[in-house]
Design a binder for this molecule. Structure first.
Ligand SMILES: Cc1cc2nc3c(=O)[nH]c(=O)nc-3n(C[C@H](O)[C@H](O)[C@H](O)COP(=O)(O)OP(=O)(O)OC[C@H]3O[C@@H](n4cnc5c(N)ncnc54)[C@H](O)[C@@H]3O)c2cc1C
Length: 409
């Protein structure tokens, strides 16, 4: 087990500097253009693939870093470069994690390479869970998966929404309900292979921020997929459902719920790290500006009113990073999240990103309000962190329930 240390080792520093170079030289200069175009930045994903940044190998290396700091460090640097482009680069990872977490070795080997494609023909993947009537309330999901035993096929019907890369993905990972009476315990994840009839893109959303990342509805109409596309396989699903039914009869179900909670606690710090990246980017722009912009014959940072804001911004960013690193270290070293530390890190970092990016606009004055300077875009981008992967209210609910042991509503 890795001892906790805040010193990055030489390998980690090297990866951080390499990612920072890509973020500074490739992503940041392209950020405004792709934000305006509101399109997936395919050439930049391809460039990332050439360098090895857009690949399963890269994420696996970071994921298995024994200190737990590989993923948060990578996320912070990429999202420092640009949040919309970065989400286009790491969005496939969301779907890949869905397969890694639930799939068999054969499924992992078959589908993950197809999610990324290759350097000359890059592909993306989508993870589709949210629905128009099932956002925070995942248990009320309506998409159904019905098993056709005669053909050994699953038939999916429903509408997914807010899917990052939805409809443009080569591989879609779809969460669907196989037993409505079991709520979220009756859900299962499926692979929808490339070009499967019945899957289509619905509305593509025009968004407030992270506009270089494609977000759309995914419509599933009698989508037939082979039995082998059920992640984990039928036997495992049947066993899990039988256990859940037993527990439901006995009025239990806590263990199943706790396993799902532990997964979320482990994945939320990564979103916190994205927020830290955006916050740090806006803070740096504001600091530079405050040192060079002169009013009343002196740099504006010469006023405590500005300097103290910058001091607060930096303090909060560092505090957010520490919470993120703690939770990531806990996840990697198998420490129990007795106080919902993963949710804490996501809640705090995402709120800090919103606040710090707003302060950055204020420090840049009129310039901050224009698209000539990046802080306006960063502020729009930062708004997503308090929404996806569980809103701030849901994080507070999780933390409060964990601390109190009560079903706070
Ligand atoms: C850009 C973007 C990308 C996304 N990418 C994906 C993706 O790739 N895959 C995917 O499956 N989903 C994705 N999502 C969906 C995202 O996870 C949901 O938007 C999020 O979970 C919130 O659900 P909702 O939008 O339906 O809001 P709602 O659940 O309707 O919530 C609305 C408001 O009510 C509050 N609220 C709800 N319940 C409670 C409660 N019990 N107590 C207090 N307050 C409450 C919420 O906090 C929020 O403020 C994405 C969303 C966006 C915007």
């Amino acid at each position: 087990m890795a001892e906790f240390t805040l010193d990055l080792n030489d390998d980690q520093k090297q990866v951080r500097d390499w990612l920072h170079g890509f973020a500074a030289d490739v992503m940041r200069p392209a950020a405004a253009e792709w934000d305006e175009r509101e399109e997936t930045p395919w050439p930049i994903i391809q460039e990332a693939a050439k360098l090895g940044i857009y690949s399963l190998d890269f994420y696996a290396q970071q994921f298995f870093d024994p200190t737990g700091l590989g993923i948060p460090m990578a996320m912070e640097e990429l999202f420092w470069g640009d949040a919309g482009i970065a989400l286009s680069i790491v969005g496939t990872g969301l779907a890949a994690v869905g397969v890694l977490a639930n799939g068999t070795e054969e499924q992992i080997g078959t589908w993950i390479p197809q999610m990324y494609g290759d350097v000359n023909d890059v592909k993306v993947a989508a993870f589709c869970s949210s629905e128009p009537d099932a956002g925070s309330d995942v248990a009320s999901m309506r998409t159904r998966a019905v098993y056709d035993e005669a053909k050994d096929e699953w038939v999916l019907n429903g509408t997914k929404t807010w899917a990052t890369n939805g409809g443009i993905a080569n591989v879609h990972v779809v969460v669907a309900c196989v037993d409505a009476e079991l709520g979220s315990k009756g859900h299962a994840s499926f692979i929808v292979p490339p070009n499967t009839p019945g899957l289509s893109q619905g509305q593509k959303f025009q968004k407030h921020g992270i506009r270089a990342s494609h977000t759309a509805e995914v419509v599933l109409e009698d989508v037939r997929i082979p039995g082998s596309c059920l992640l984990g396989g039928k036997e495992k699903l049947d066993e899990r459902l039988a256990r859940a039914r037993e527990k439901a009869k006995a009025g239990g179900g806590e263990r199943v719920k706790n396993a799902a909670m532990a997964t979320f606690e482990a994945s939320r710090p990564a979103v916190g790290a994205m927020a830290v990246g955006t916050a740090r980017a806006a803070y740096e722009v504001a600091l530079d500006y405050a040192k060079t912009r002169e009013q009343f014959g002196r740099p504006i940072i010469d006023n405590q009113g500005i300097a103290f804001q910058l001091a607060d911004m930096r303090t909060q960013i560092d505090a957010a990073r520490l919470l993120v690193w703690r939770a990531s270290w806990m996840a990697t070293t198998g420490k129990p999240f007795t106080s919902a530390e993963g949710s804490m890190s996501k809640l705090f970092a995402s709120e800090v990103a919103k606040k710090v990016t707003a302060q950055a606009i204020q420090i840049l004055g009129g310039n901050g309000f224009t698209r000539e300077y990046p802080v306006e875009r960063m502020h729009r981008d930062a708004a997503i962190y308090t929404i996806f992967e569980g809103t701030s209210e849901i994080q507070r609910l999780v933390i409060a329930r964990t601390l109190s042991g009560m079903q706070i509503r």
